[in-house]
Design a protein around this ligand. Structure first.
Ligand code: PGA
Length: 241
């Protein structure tokens, strides 16, 4: 199972101290085959990389520019720069960026650039509450999968994080049946190479007992709860116990 910490726009250099517990835990037997990946803000990628040098915790970025090369794009960094800083993963298409105007087409260009830089892509998809209430979940997910993954290199390592927008940061999670149906539906969209499928949205040490029962999940994308090492470790432990 994969446990991916999305720190969003949180954290500073002092946060490095909070990682000691997780580093220790990552070397324990309890972790079994769990893989831990931290996606801190850009400013902390290099410090995190140095901090994780003697353990197996991996690093990812939270977004990247669609251009492979350096260029006049104030405020952005590209996939090569992420790779060069020690990241092996990148989250692309998070709803918090889609809300700001990131389209499926732009996400597709970013994914292609990330793959060329040999980053593993974590593509976020999910419906809003309004779309859910109108019964459009499957339609939205199909469209996101089709357009975001149009003509991408089939050999790339891909993660699909299903994150219902109404679940992010709200404490609400989908009903078990509903979530199992959606995961099955997402998987049905892939014929050849199956991506790893993650769930994200309000994952915490309490609801992990329900979420870990969901069939066919390969892991979790964890926002708020991942900023506290104890909660993050608890989520991993409880997944296995
Ligand atoms: P959350 O965020 O766990 O705080 O709901 C998840 C995410 O946005 O990736």
């Amino acid at each position: 199972m994969y446990f991916i910490a999305n720190w969003k726009m949180y954290g500073n250099i002092k946060s490095l101290n909070t990682l000691n517990k997780v580093i220790k835990f990552s070397k324990s037997k309890e972790i079994k085959k769990g893989r831990l990946i931290y996606c801190p803000p850009f400013t902390l990628i290099i410090p995190f990389f140095k901090k994780f040098q003697n353990c197996l915790i991996d690093i990812g970025g939270q977004n990247c520019h669609e251009n492979d090369d350096y260029g006049p794009h104030t405020g952005f960094i590209n996939s090569k720069m992420l790779k060069n800083s020690g990241a092996n993963y990148v989250i692309i298409g998070h709803s918090e960026n889609r809300e700001k105007g990131e389209t499926n087409k732009l996400i597709n260009q970013k994914i292609k650039s990330a793959i060329r830089a040999k980053l593993k892509v974590i593509l976020c998809i999910g419906e809003t509450l309004e779309e859910k209430n109108k019964g459009k979940t499957k339609l939205i997910l199909s469209k996101q999968i089709k357009l975001c993954l149009d003509k991408i290199n089939k050999k790339a390592t891909l993660f699909i994080a299903y994150e219902p927008v109404w679940s992010i940061g709200t404490g609400k999670i989908p009903k078990t049946k509903e979530l199992e149906n959606t995961i099955r539906f997402i998987k049905s969209k892939f014929k050849k190479k199956m991506p790893k499928i993650l769930y994200g949205g309000s994952v915490n040490p309490k609801n992990i007992y329900n979420l870990k029962m969901i069939k066919d999940l390969d892991g979790f994308l964890i926002g708020g709860a991942s900023q506290n090492s104890k909660n993050f470790i608890d989520i991993v432990k409880k997944t296995y116990n």
